[in-house]
Design a protein around this ligand. Structure first.
Ligand SMILES: Cc1ncc(COP(=O)(O)O)c(C=O)c1O
Length: 492
């Protein structure tokens, strides 16, 4: 059944309703406005007046309208929406962690410092690198730090002024060129070949002495492994450039292969993807950066070190450090959950994550292929990219129509139109935490939608039909924002 849009608290307001009753005033009453310069006074704000149950019900209803990994399958490609185990949530709420003040003296914070120290080591090991900082707040923040480290490295060698470009394959996530530009680099795009990989012949033509580094996601954003990675690393290193690994897709590799062994010099993790800390509506995430020895001196301060007496301490005495990249020491609760997730699997079993993630993606890909084409018809890694080009050619049904219809079937849609080089892309990432039954139900929903696409395409064109809002104006929803702040307020 179609749900009506939620009334605003302002619309529910009834004059005189209250959530709390204050005791009678037992001191002489005064008007607070008398003591404030009238020039500084704002116009009176019209706040809604409601009883507490109405407010609680309003927000609870709203929260239930959010789709979440706890309410259903969330195959949002490139985002690795995996289930967050409750055990780790409980541990993160232990008061010794949750109530620890960031300025607590280190002797009272030894447990937390040990978590950080061990996590620096564990992530270095998983990455095949030599050192790691946990400070960055998300993947894109990690990219920025990684590039700052690359810059510091070249500057320290006296060739900062000649190393001016960062190469970015055209399939890259948008944050890659954005981070490079933010760091003051010129970005140069590298084309993909017919199999969706870096076109090594094109790479050779754009690679020269100005190359400070190449940013590469492996597996790439099409969910395909870059088989030429060793050759690519060698070519970049020959020019004196460094290899940056966008580790957002580590779910396909963790425990099985290490970016450090593929020639990468620096990489970021998205802990909120690979190691199951919540994405949290855009934050707080965590994007630790692991590096090879040559970049270690430039890592941000402080690092956590182990002293001779086995206690832990912050080390800020690092003369080549680029400085700080986050207040205190990053999103501690995010890496605490990730630490527990890794310990829960243990070193021996970590590879199961990647194995099952890849198996699930290929199961979905093969089952869907009779109904919708794969963008690249071959074994994928942790996500598969399907393409609605057949449906578009047949009767104009596009990826967006399929995605919207999936909402009517109760699913969060996959990522659409990314990467840009795959026409009518639907990028499906099941993750390892979903069962065969869940995947089968999703496949069955997709199969029904593909039949509808052929026989009743209007059902797709008019979807979604059961959501609080119907099809939005995709472009103007973000470009032409109208704020509505209450009954008497103007729209902006
Ligand atoms: C391949 C890739 N790189 C980088 C990022 C940016 O990571 P974050 O959202 O944590 O900033 C993402 C996010 O989805 C991604 O998929």
């Amino acid at each position: 059944m179609r749900q009506e849009p939620e009334a605003l608290l302002f619309e529910l307001s009834k004059p005189g309703r209250r959530g709390v009753e204050f005791p009678c005033c037992d001191v002489p009453e005064s008007n607070p406005f008398d003591s404030i310069d009238p020039k500084l006074l704002r116009h009176s704000t019209t706040l809604p007046e409601l009883a507490e149950p109405a407010v609680i019900r309003h927000f609870t209803r709203l929260s239930q309208r959010n789709y979440s990994i706890d309410s259903g399958f969330y195959p949002l490609g490139s985002c690795t929406m995996k289930y967050n185990p409750r055990l780790h949530e409980d541990a993160a709420r232990l008061s010794g962690f949750a109530r620890l003040h960031p300025y607590a003296p280190t002797q009272l914070a030894q447990g937390a410092l040990q978590v950080i120290y061990e996590m620096q080591y564990i992530l270095s090991e998983i990455a095949g690198m030599d050192a790691c900082t946990l400070q960055p707040a998300a993947g894109a923040h990690g990219e920025l730090l990684g590039l700052m480290l690359i810059k510091a490295f070249h500057q320290n060698r006296g060739n900062g002024h000649t190393k001016t470009t960062i190469l970015v394959p055209e399939a890259a996530h948008g944050t890659n060129p954005a981070s490079a530009a933010r760091c003051g680099y010129k970005t140069v795009s590298v084309q993909s070949d017919a199999r969706g990989r870096v076109d090594v012949a094109h790479l050779r033509t754009v690679l020269d002495e100005s190359c400070a580094g190449l940013m590469l996601t492996n597996p790439n954003t099409l969910g395909l492994f870059e088989y030429s990675i060793n050759e690519i690393s060698e070519l970049v290193h020959e020019t004196g450039g460094l290899m940056y690994c966008d580790g957002a897709n580590m779910n396909a590799l963790v425990g099985r292969a290490r970016p450090g062994d593929m020639g990468f010099d620096v990489m970021h993790f998205n802990l909120h993807k690979t190691f199951s800390s919540p994405h949290g509506g855009g934050g707080p995430g965590s994007g630790p950066v692991a590096v090879k020895k040559a970049l270690e001196p430039f890592l941000p301060v402080p690092m956590v070190i182990k002293l001779a007496d086995d206690s832990f301490a912050f080390d800020s005495n690092r003369p080549f450090s680029i400085g700080k990249i986050h207040s205190y020491y990053g999103s501690f609760m995010a890496f605490l959950r990730a630490y527990l997730f890794i310990l829960y699997y243990g070193k021996e079993n970590l590879a199961q994550i990647a194995e099952n993630a890849v198996l699930n993606a290929n199961y979905v890909r093969v089952a869907l292929q009779p109904y919708i084409d794969s963008a690249y018809d071959e074994i994928c890694m942790h996500e598969c990219v399907m393409s609605a080009k057949r449906q578009k050619r047949h009767n104009g049904i596009r990826a967006i129509d399929i995605a919207k219809r999936l909402m009517d079937y109760g699913y969060h849609p996959p990522t659409v139109y990314f990467p840009l080089i795959a026409p009518e892309a639907l990028m499906i990432e099941p993750t390892e935490t979903e069962s065969k039954e869940t995947l089968d139900e999703f496949i069955s929903a997709m199969r029904s939608i593909m039949l509808e696409a052929a026989e009743q395409p209007e059902l797709l064109r008019n979807a979604p039909t059961v959501t609080p809002v119907r099809r939005l104006d995709e472009k103007n929803a973000s470009k032409d924002v109208r704020w509505i702040c209450g009954p008497n307020c103007e729209t902006v």
